[in-house]
Design a protein around this ligand. Sequence first.
Ligand code: NAD
Length: 240
Amino acid sequence: MKENQFIDKVVLVTGGASGIGFEIARAYANAMAKVIIADILPAKQEFAFDFIHADVSSAESISTLFIYIKTKYERLDILINNAGISIFTPFEELTVTIWDKIINTNLRSVFLCSQLAIPLMRKQGGKIINIASTRAIMSEEDTEAYSASKGGIVAITHALAISLSKYNIQVNCISPGWIETGQYKALSDIDHSQHPSGRVGKPADIARACLYLTSTENEFVNGTNLIVDGGMTIKMIYED
Ligand code: NAD
C-alpha cells in the first residue's frame, strides 16, 4: 500500500466511539487522516478525533451531521457506515417498533449517509464502506430483523456501486464474522479452534480490510461483499 496516502483525507466513521468502529477510526488516525466519529456515545479520548454526537437512526440528526462536515471540511473522502445494533427477539414476538429501530439504525442510515456524502465526494471522488455481517447470508434463530438489515446492506452496496460510479465513488461492504469487541482473553479454546483461521476475529481485522478497500490503489474491487470471518461461512457444518 502506498505510504502516506491517507494523510489529510477526511474520513467519517459512524458508530466509531467503541468496538469495531473505534478500531477503524484509530487505523485512519494512525495513517494521519482527519477522522470524524459520529456516535450516540462519547468517544474515548485516546486520539484527537473530531467527535460529533449523531443518531444515525434519525434522518434529522444525519442531516445535521453532514451540514457540520460540509461547513468544517467542505469535503468527505471516505465514509464508513459502521453504526449498528443487534437485538435478537423470538420472531413471534418481534414488534414493528423493534423492526423499525433495527432497520432504521442499520440500513436506512446507509441510504441517508451515502446520499448526503455525494455532494461532498463528487468533486474529488470517494470511497464508501458499509459494514454488513455474515448474518446477511447465514442464520441462527430469532435474528430476522438484524439479518434483514444486513442483507439489505449487501444489496444497497452493489446498487450504490453502480449508481455512484459516475461520480468516481466506489462502494463496497465488509461482512464481519465473530469479531470480539469485549474480553478477548476470556474466549475459550473451542471459540478459537472452530474457526478455520484458528482464532476469533479482532476489530483490527476489520480495520485492515477498510484500509485495503479504501486505498488509492484499489479501483477494481467495487460493489463487493468482503467476508472477514476466519473462514466460518465456507465451513461445512453437517454433524456426524
Ligand atoms: P458495538 O456495539 O461495540 O459498537 C457499535 C457502535 O455504534 C457504538 O459505539 C454505538 O454507540 C454506536 N451506535 C449504536 N446506535 C447508534 C446510532 N443510532 N447512531 C450512532 N451510533 C450508534 O458494535 P460492534 O460489534 O463494534 O459492531 C460494529 C458494526 O459491525 C455493526 O454494524 C455490527 O452490526 C457489525 N458487526 C459486528 C460483528 C461482531 O462480531 N462484533 C459481526 C458482524 C457485524
